[in-house]
Write a protein that binds this ligand. Structure first.
Ligand code: PSV
Ligand code: MN
Length: 424
């Protein structure tokens, strides 16, 4: 299904008087309004191919209607999201959940919808149907060389799929770890992981990157071989310039200062990008900004300040991606909410009076530093996001338009009530 532009325009027209009033109100206090809007217009967040269906837990999964049953339908859903918010112009594939059998027609469909392919993700955390060896005891860190070789080969295959689609990065997350003390020799497991990653690294095309994601626990509950940003950064440094650390917001122990991690990775030129989501307890994969929007804002504060210090282009120099799971919401609505939340945090960070903050820091004026941050955080920037979307040809109110146009029911009519998308 594709959304006709004139339908979005019609809906915008109905909202236009109210929008104009709200926009002028917030715009009046912004010094560099055009600069802020240009940055917001350029900003895009990739949609994961595995998040277009209903998610689940080990206790069950309650499918929604009209889920995409093929990669083509997933791409169409990203097309719907992008038509509405004009901020989701790429899709990140997880292989083998989504194998692009016919790369040229897949690419053509994406191009037609204004989309391209972000990082490709490998999967050595599940056994595949025809695989000779099991990953029950890990993949790239496995004690048996033949298992490691199979996992390396899979990653190289994923790079090859990505090459056909125009991706430029391989994203690797390993579930490798141990469940009980004594199960694993940590040092040797780490060294084997390094060796395996080096083989994959050597197979990367010259203009590609490898992104190494860390996670403290789950599915292993005693140790994870790449468990934190230190372990990931250590590997990225050993591998070379094409390797960097990917930060999934849900992959930290409670109360970790993620913004500080982000700041230092940026400083080292080793921040690959993000898997955005939110969480209350662990890797909950909830809608971005639904639990702790202030933390998200503080992360964007470090991003904007750190990127400007290094002269990096905000929109393109790192990977911006969502990694969420929707157990009780319509996946498209949930993804629209996540992208909006990310743009809100970004816009608020763009409003921070950086020179004043630096002076306050220099003077150890703690109260003023907090006032400056919270002045930006407490600004209602939603009219700025709406204006940026409007200027790009998108909707003033993406979820409102999605509901008004009855997209989900149209998808159910097209695809049926009982369809199940691939993914976790
Ligand atoms: C693991 O929890 C993870 O965050 C990795 O990014 C995987 O690729 C993805 O989730 C699988 O859903
Ligand atoms: Mn992730």
């Amino acid at each position: 299904m594709q959304i006709e532009k004139y339908l979005i325009d019609e809906h915008n027209h109905q909202l236009s008087t109210k929008h104009q009033r709200n926009f002028e109100h917030v715009a009046a206090d912004i010094n560099n309004l055009d600069g802020v809007l240009t940055k917001l217009q350029a900003f895009n967040v990739a949609i994961p191919s595995w998040a277009l269906g209903t998610g689940g837990t080990r206790f069950g999964r309650f499918s929604g209607g009209g889920e995409p049953g093929s990669l083509e339908e997933k791409i169409e859903d990203v097309g719907v999201i992008h038509a509405l918010n004009r901020s989701s112009n790429s899709i990140s594939l997880h292989i083998p959940w989504d194998i692009p059998d016919n790369a040229s027609s897949i690419k053509q469909l994406a191009t037609q919808l204004g989309l391209h392919f972000d990082a490709v993700n490998s999967n050595t955390f599940q056994d595949q149907k025809d695989a000779e060896h099991s990953y029950k005891f890990g993949s790239l860190h496995h004690v048996d060389k033949v298992v490691r070789a199979q996992a390396v080969e899979h990653n190289i295959q994923v790079i090859n799929y990505g090459k056909e689609l125009g991706s430029k990065a391989l994203s690797v997350w390993l579930s490798d770890g141990s469940n009980f003390p004594g199960q694993l020799n940590f040092r040797e497991a780490f060294q084997r992981t390094h060796e395996s990653l080096q083989e994959i690294y050597n197979a990367l095309p010259h203009d590609w990157k490898i992104w190494i994601e860390y996670k403290p626990y789950e599915p292993n509950f005693y140790s994870t071989t790449i468990g934190d940003w230190g372990q990931s950064l250590l590997l990225a440094n050993k591998l070379g310039d094409k390797a960097a650390t990917l930060v999934d917001l849900g992959h930290h122990l409670p109360n970790t200062n993620i913004e500080q991690i982000v700041s230092l990775l940026l400083m080292e030129g080793k921040l690959a990008g993000f898997h955005f989501n939110d969480s209350k307890y662990g890797d909950d994969d909830l809608t971005v900004g639904s639990i702790n929007p202030y933390q998200l804002f503080l992360i964007f504060n470090e991003l904007v300040e750190g990127m400007d210090a290094r002269g990096m282009a905000h929109a393109t120099s790192i990977g911006w991606m969502i990694d969420a799971s929707h157990n009780v919401k319509d996946p498209i609505e949930d993804l629209l909410q996540s992208v909006q939340a990310i743009k809100i945090a970004y816009a608020q960070a763009l409003l921070i009076d950086t020179p004043a903050l630096k002076t306050a820091q220099q003077n150890n004026d703690v109260a003023l530093a907090q006032e400056i941050l919270q002045q930006a955080y407490r600004t209602d920037v939603r009219p700025l996001i709406a204006e940026a979307s409007l200027r790009e040809g998108g909707s003033l109110d993406p979820i409102g338009a999605y509901r008004k146009l009855d997209v989900r029911n149209n998808l159910i009519k097209e695809r049926g009530l009982k369809t199940v998308a691939t993914g976790l």
